[in-house]
Design a protein around this ligand. Structure first.
Ligand SMILES: NC(=O)c1ccc[n+]([C@@H]2O[C@H](COP(=O)([O-])OP(=O)(O)OC[C@H]3O[C@@H](n4cnc5c(N)ncnc54)[C@H](OP(=O)(O)O)[C@@H]3O)[C@@H](O)[C@H]2O)c1
Length: 243
């Protein structure tokens, strides 16, 4: 199935993994809605990279942890007559929350950004896709949503919830809208991650190295192009989840 001419909203697309996904899908001929929250310059640069490569798209901003902003984003797209054929939920927050200091504000922040935002956006756009008779949603989860690691309880729970959301929405939006998750392993370290921690993360995969944002982008392209994957979780993690 070709993605040519499809309009795809990629959240968190100004930078890093989301940026790689957006550029990869644009290369398949899709029109990309480059979503960002606080990176307007990077989002405009991503759009200009897409255009320089012969693609098309637009930039949209929203804080996905704010339900009002999610609804306003969908209403703007409705008013502009921009039907969204596919949604890639990649935006997310990630930082350690040791059990000794984690609090309910941190819990809420993770669930709001990483789970409630994708839930609202997927529901609002998924219903529109279903009424048009075709749609795709890909949630970017994490292998830790299947096997939690220590020191990140709210993050791991948010990603576990995203995996269950994927399956629940696949049921509710069937048969015309297919909903899947891609669960990355270590593909791009946060800029402030110490070198020893990077090395430890690589050593814990079965392949002994970090992957790349391109690995995730290729997986998203594959999942979006499939006509028969539905409700699945594709681990792109160098075997980390079974190590
Ligand atoms: N990097 C990895 O190795 C790795 C491993 C496993 C899973 N993943 C998953 O893969 C996805 C992409 O990873 P990444 O490392 O590229 O992510 P990232 O750099 O941590 O975050 C991506 C973007 O999310 C956006 N964002 C955060 N909170 C938001 C909010 N409340 N509303 C709207 N946007 C928000 C930010 O956009 P602005 O800059 O515009 O604020 C940010 O640039 C994430 O879902 C992550 O959990 C990544």
């Amino acid at each position: 199935m070709t993605l040519q001419g499809r309009t795809i909203l990629v959240t968190g697309a100004a930078k890093r993994v989301g940026h790689a996904i957006a550029l990869c899908l644009a290369g398949e001929g899709a029109r990309i809605i480059v979503h960002h929250r606080s990176s307007p310059a990077e989002a405009e640069r991503a759009l200009s990279d897409i255009r320089s490569a012969g693609g098309a798209g637009l930039v949209e901003r929203a804080d996905l942890s704010d339900a009002g902003e999610v609804r306003a984003l969908v209403e703007r797209l409705d008013r502009a007559g921009t039907p969204v054929d596919a949604l890639v939920n990649s935006a997310s927050i990630f930082h350690p929350t040791p059990l000794e200091t984690v609090d309910e504000a941190q819990w809420d922040a993770f669930q709001d950004a990483n789970l409630r935002g994708p839930f609202l956006l997927s529901t609002l756009l998924g219903l529109r896709m279903r009424s048009r008779g075709w749609g795709r949603i890909v949630n970017i989860a994490d292998w830790s949503g299947l096997r939690p690691y220590r020191g990140y309880v709210p993050y791991c729970v948010s990603k576990g919830g995203l995996i269950t959301l994927t399956k629940a929405l696949a049921r509710d939006l069937a048969p015309s809208v297919l909903v899947n998750a891609v669960a990355p392993g270590p593909v791009l370290p946060p800029p402030d991650m110490p070198a020893e921690e990077r090395e430890r993360a690589a050593a814990r995969t079965l392949v002994g190295r970090w992957g790349s944002p391109g690995d995730i982008a290729s997986a998203v392209k594959f999942v979006l192009s499939s006509t028969y994957l539905n409700g699945t979780v594709l681990c792109v993690d160098g075997g980390r989840s079974i190590a």
